[in-house]
Each structure stands twice: as structure tokens, then as C-alpha cells.
Design a protein around this ligand. Structure first.
Ligand code: GLU
Length: 491
């Protein structure tokens, strides 16, 4: 079998957004599955909008996601001469021609057609020029565009899209389209095909928004005598109001960078994105890399557009709740030794890291992150709600403060007494701390929950978390007593 080759060709006119990442992921999965070669090609011919920052951002985002490629990055702008030469070859072979019509002349014809309610198509004035007329125009240096000559007759372009099925467009429906502008620059439609031929691309997996280009691009392949690749167009991912996603209207939440900077695990994002537009044959939701490569196939691609259902008012994190729950799943179940360095990174960024966590306090560190992760969704939670385990400066959530502390007039005194009981314990462990807390509640004739919730609020600042007596052990005797006493002293 001949080599299978795919490409991911982003235009570097912005950050890597989730739609682009999803396209890259599908190409990568297909390439891995078929032992194929994946090429990264930067389509940077729109010089005004392409930026170096954007190229760096795309490469950084792909690297972070773990999407690797085998060749490239190649840059489309390095091949502009080849694109133009190809257009001239097409003229020589009778598949293209120079068009000298002025914009004004074309506009006038279009207006006439519109007024008569006829669909406008270029009328091939310049195809009909005699050799003498052409020569005269060239001598006078009249500017021209190069148009592709669509085959005559009532034939059509037909192809089998792997997702959308058989697609047919009649030649009559396609106007002789421009492939080189009057300023001598090639159109994207042409450059893209010339590059794909040079890169020997056999399979094109791209967004459904490319579908409109495909019949014209196939005509170019055929005119050049090149094999036509297999096309698969993917459904789009839209916002909750079914509008196209863009950073301008949606902000950071649609960029890969946002997830990198806000405590997502790259594989969790890959797992989430792949399910936006593809369904596995089983109802499996979480996949290892090997499982996903094994399970992926173009047959599972959905025709219907998917919704990136991000929720601005989500209480935990501003994204699609499904993305968050997939991330939480990985964070809560991944091997703890793999999680530890990621937590270290977060704590270092927040100046909460202590080298002892890798030496004498290593066992404590590992068991603590294992205890607290069961409630966490993103890595940054270790420095947010998890801060209380690594610092004495942590925020107090006003809700539990009101409910568990302010509401009880004598809570300061009670928690002061509890601190004393803790102090006199020979062994500060879950059973003992629970026992004395319940005993004290009994003596004070109050519900144990009052002491338990009050203690949790004081030592963690939060309403909920892991079991309180596990929490106390993790925070440690001295810190628990000091925090309770400080609170008690404040009255
Ligand atoms: N550069 C195009 C884009 O970013 C790629 C289109 C294609 O895959 O052919 O949309």
C-alpha cells in the first residue's frame, strides 16, 4: 500500500482555538491509526493577518496537547513562485486563461444580471479573445487575473466525502474562478492544492466550511493530472446560540491557551474535544491514548454540528461543564506520582511550594493531594480551595462563615475548648479527634455538627471538602490548634 499522508494547515491569524485543535486531533488520530505521516503546514500567505506570535502560539498549543507531527512546519509563503508557475502551466495546457476584464466592466455585468434576477457568472469574454487580441492586451500591459477554465458541457464534479457522502456539482454551476489576482498573488484555493500535491497528501480531514471549495479544488487536481485525495469534512463546533466560535465574540474560553493556563490536563482536553463531533461505537467516555487511536474511525464522525456549551455563570469554572467533568475525572483518577509534579508546578507559581514536599514531607504531600483531589476539578484548585493545606493565609468563604460561625454566639468559646481537647490528646488521629469532638458536643449539649462545621470553616475557610477528621490530620495538629485558638481569641 502506498504511504498515507495527512496535513494540518492552520492559518496563523490568531491563537489556536478549540475548533482548530479538534481538526488537528482528528488528523493526528487518523495518522496514528494508519501509521501515516502527519505534516504541519503553516498557511501564512495572508501577510497582513499572519503573525509570528500566532505561529508560536499554534505550535505551543499543539505541543501542550501532545499532538506531534512528522514533517514540517512547512510555510506556504515559501512556495509562492511554485503556485504562480503552476497557474501558468494551467494556461499552457488550456485549463486556465488570462482575463483582462476590468472590475468596473464585471460589476456592471453583475448588476445587470441581478436586476434581471439571473444568477451571475463570468461570461468568458476573455476566453473568447483571439490570439491577436490577447497579444495586444499583453503588449499594452493591461492588468489581468488568471481564471481557471471549468470544463464545458453538462458533466459534473463528483466525490465521495467520508462524512457527508456523495457530493455532486455540475460544471454549469461553477464559474471560471480566479486563481491568480491582478497583483500577481495566487488565491488560497490554488496554493492549498499545489501544496497538497507537493506534500503528496492522500487524506484531507478539514472543517465543513471547506466543503464549498472542494469541487473547484478537485477540478484543479484533475487539470494537473494529480491524484485526488480522500476528503472528509467535519461538522463544525458552534456556541450555545449556534453561532460560529471566535475569540472576538467568545474570548479566551475558546482558546487552547486558556486551558493550559487554567489548570487543565492536556489529555482531558483532547478527550473532550474529540467527542465534539465524533462518537465511539461503544458508550465509552474516557480513553487512554492507545484506546482512542484504536477506537477512532471516520465512520463515527457526526454530520450534525456540535455545541461547545460553555456557561459563563458556571460556579466552578467558566467552560463547558462536560470539559470540566472530564478534567476532574482524570485529575481524580490519574496515578498520584504523575499528578504530583503538576501540583508542584501550580504551587510554585503561587509561591506555595516548599522543597520539603519532595524530601521529609514527601509522604505527607502525596497523601494530602490524594485526599483533597477527590473534590477538585482543575490543577489550579490545589492553590485555590487547596491553599489552606499549604499556607496559613487562605480565604474565608463568607457563606459558611455566616452559617457556621456568625450565627452561633458562643462558637468562639466552644472551638477554644475543642482546641484544648486536641492539645491534650496523646495521639492526634481521626478516631481520637472525632471522639473528643463528639464528647465535647455532648457535654455542651449541642449537636456535634455545630463543632464539626465550625471547625471546618475555621481551619479551611470552606463549606465542604473531604471528611473533616481526615482534613484535620492533613492540616496537622499544630496548625489546627493554632487556627482554632486564633479564632477563639478574636471572640
Ligand atoms: N488554512 C485553512 C484554515 O485554517 C485550512 C483549510 C484546509 O484544510 O484545506 O482554515
Amino acid at each position: 500500500m502506498s504511504e498515507v499522508r495527512l496535513r494540518f494547515p492552520p492559518s496563523p491569524t490568531g491563537y489556536l482555538h478549540i475548533g482548530g485543535a479538534r481538526t488537528a486531533i482528528y488528523n493526528w488520530l487518523f495518522a496514528k491509526k494508519h501509521n501515516a505521516t502527519l505534516i504541519l503546514r503553516i498557511e501564512d500567505t495572508d501577510v497582513e493577518r499572519s503573525t509570528k506570535d500566532s505561529i508560536d502560539g499554534i505550535i505551543d498549543g499543539l505541543n501542550w496537547l501532545g499532538i506531534n507531527w512528522d514533517e514540517g512546519p512547512y510555510f506556504q509563503s515559501d512556495f509562492l513562485n511554485e503556485h504562480i508557475e503552476t497557474a501558468h502551466k494551467l494556461i499552457e495546457s488550456g485549463h486556465a486563461y488570462k482575463c483582462f476584464c476590468t472590475k468596473e466592466a464585471l460589476d456592471a455585468k453583475r448588476e445587470t444580471a441581478v436586476a434581471a434576477k439571473i444568477t451571475y457568472q463570468y461570461d468568458r469574454t476573455c476566453l473568447k479573445l483571439s490570439p491577436e487580441e490577447k497579444e495586444a492586451n499583453e503588449k499594452q500591459n493591461i492588468p489581468y487575473v488568471i481564471r481557471f477554465k471549468v470544463p464545458d458541457g453538462d458533466g459534473s464534479v463528483v466525490f465521495e466525502d467520508k462524512v457527508y457522502g456523495r457530493i455532486e456539482r455540475t460544471y454549469m454551476d461553477i464559474e471560471d474562478f480566479v486563481i491568480v489576482r491582478s497583483n500577481g498573488t495566487p488565491l488560497y484555493l490554488l496554493s492549498n492544492v499545489v501544496d497538497d500535491i507537493r506534500d503528496r497528501i492522500t487524506h484531507i480531514i478539514r472543517g465543513q466550511d471547506g466543503l464549498g471549495n472542494t469541487p473547484r479544488q478537485i477540478l484543479i487536481y484533475e487539470a494537473l493530472g494529480a491524484p485526488v485525495p480522500v476528503f472528509s469534512h467535519m461538522s463544525l463546533t458552534l456556541d450555545p446560540k449556534k453561532a460560529k466560535i471566535s475569540k472576538r465574540s467568545h474570548g479566551e474560553v475558546v482558546t487552547v491557551q486558556f486551558y493550559k493556563e487554567n489548570g487543565f490536563l492536556p489529555w482531558a482536553l483532547v478527550n473532550f474535544l474529540v467527542l465534539l463531533g465524533w462518537s465511539p461505537a461503544s458508550d465509552q467516555e474516557f480513553f487512554s491514548q492507545e484506546e482512542l487511536i484504536e477506537a477512532f474511525s471516520l465512520e463515527g464522525m457526526n454530520k450534525a454540528n456540535s455545541i461547545f456549551n460553555y456557561q459563563k455563570d458556571h460556579p466552578k469554572f467558566f467552560t463547558d461543564p462536560k470539559a470540566l467533568s472530564i478534567n476532574a475525572h482524570y485529575l481524580q483518577t490519574m496515578p498520584i506520582e504523575e499528578l504530583a509534579p503538576l501540583v508542584k508546578n501550580v504551587l510554585q507559581n503561587e509561591k506555595l511550594w516548599d522543597n520539603a514536599y519532595e524530601n521529609d514531607k514527601k509522604d505527607w504531600f502525596i497523601s494530602t493531594i490524594d485526599l483533597i483531589r477527590s473534590r477538585f476539578h482543575v490543577l489550579t484548585d490545589f492553590a485555590g480551595p487547596g491553599r489552606t493545606y499549604f499556607s496559613d493565609e487562605y480565604e474565608m468563604d463568607p457563606k459558611p462563615v455566616q452559617k457556621n460561625l456568625t450565627k452561633h454566639e458562643k462558637i468562639g468559646v466552644w472551638l477554644g475548648l475543642l482546641a484544648e481537647r486536641f492539645e491534650s490528646l496523646p495521639d492526634f488521629n481521626q478516631e481520637e479527634t472525632e471522639r473528643v469532638a463528639r464528647e465535647l458536643a455532648d457535654e455542651l449539649d449541642i449537636k456535634p455538627g455545630i463543632l464539626i462545621n465550625g471547625t471546618r470553616t475555621v481551619v479551611t475557610g470552606q463549606a465542604a471538602g473531604a471528611g473533616l477528621f481526615d482534613v484535620l490530620l492533613a492540616i496537622g495538629r499544630d496548625r489546627v490548634i493554632a487556627r482554632l485558638k486564633k479564632f477563639s481569641a478574636q471572640g
